[in-house]
Design a binder for this molecule. Structure first.
Ligand code: MG
Length: 274
């Protein structure tokens, strides 16, 4: 019997720093094969990311002209005179870790097996469109924050990867990691950025890059309503990179943590709408 939590957290926990060492069923790992292939081979995926970052440029220009504009729910007053900044998540927003995911499929071993090695290679590619966008923002004098749930111990490797890709990196203060004791919730770290800056845009691949875990960690039927709730923000101040390969979206289909990979697959099938 696999660990209760292991199965359902397998895909969602990936890249966040939690530890669920276990030997996996290769067939289960292979369930993510098409989504990883989509990320790695589909020009539609690349085009979508270019499109997202192109639209983010236009939004940035609008936001820079309007001092009453903020993208952060945490930023409520006295921000008009603060200098402009943007917040980007790192994994699957800036860095493309699909090679690591491909390795998990081919080896049949899931996260955290091989994750530290992958991160320490500092060899992740850039998500399409992000290089151009970030240099555009940098030239406009916008401060660029990277807000990630990678653990603090991966700071140097993460920084090295960002620099290797030629992306703007003002100083160590713009890279906000997750300390061992910190929760996954990014709200407080967004607040800290908002104390010093006017947050013009937020870009991420998970709902929690924009809102609290409390709000985002709900069953999928409730969770889906959050897209509409924030419809005024998507595409204007919030930009979402599609991630079909892992995330809380997957965990949210389970009412209870599945007790086995078999049970997880059963729930996946039951959740399909026909
Ligand atoms: Mg991410």
């Amino acid at each position: 019997m696999k660990s209760l939590r292991h199965i359902s957290l397998l895909l969602f926990i990936v890249f966040t720093g939690d530890s669920f060492a276990s030997k996996d069923d290769k067939a289960f790992q292979e369930q993510s094969m098409l989504s990883v292939l989509y990320v790695q081979t589909a020009t539609e995926f690349a085009a979508n990311n270019i499109q997202t970052y192109a639209n983010a440029k236009d939004a940035l220009l609008k936001g820079l002209e309007d001092s009453s504009w903020t993208a952060a729910l945490e930023q409520v007053d006295n921000f008009e005179d603060k200098s402009p900044a943007i917040i980007l998540d790192v994994d699957e927003t800036v860095l493309d870790n699909s090679n690591f995911q491909a390795r998990t499929i081919l080896s049949g071993l899931s996260y955290p097996n091989g994750w530290a090695e992958w991160v320490n290679e500092s060899n992740a590619g850039a998500v399409e469109g992000v290089h151009d966008f970030l240099h555009f923002a940098d030239k406009k004098g916008v401060k660029i924050y990277y807000l990630t749930n990678r653990l603090e111990s991966f700071r140097e490797a993460t920084k090295k990867n960002i620099l290797k890709l030629g992306l703007p990196f003002e100083d160590d203060a713009v890279l906000l990691m997750r300390s061992e004791e910190n929760l996954r919730d990014k709200t407080d770290r967004r607040k800290n950025i908002a104390n010093e800056n006017r947050i013009v845009l937020i870009i991420g691949d998970q709902l929690t890059d924009f809102i609290s875990t409390k709000e985002a960690y709900v069953f999928h039927t409730e969770r889906k309503k959050l897209a509409k709730k924030y419809s005024d923000l998507w595409g204007t101040k919030w930009f979402l990179i599609t991630n079909p390969t892992y995330g809380r979206w997957e965990l949210s289909i389970y009412e209870d943590y599945p007790s086995s990979e078999k049970e997880a697959i059963e729930t996946r099938k039951k959740t399909l709408i026909q």
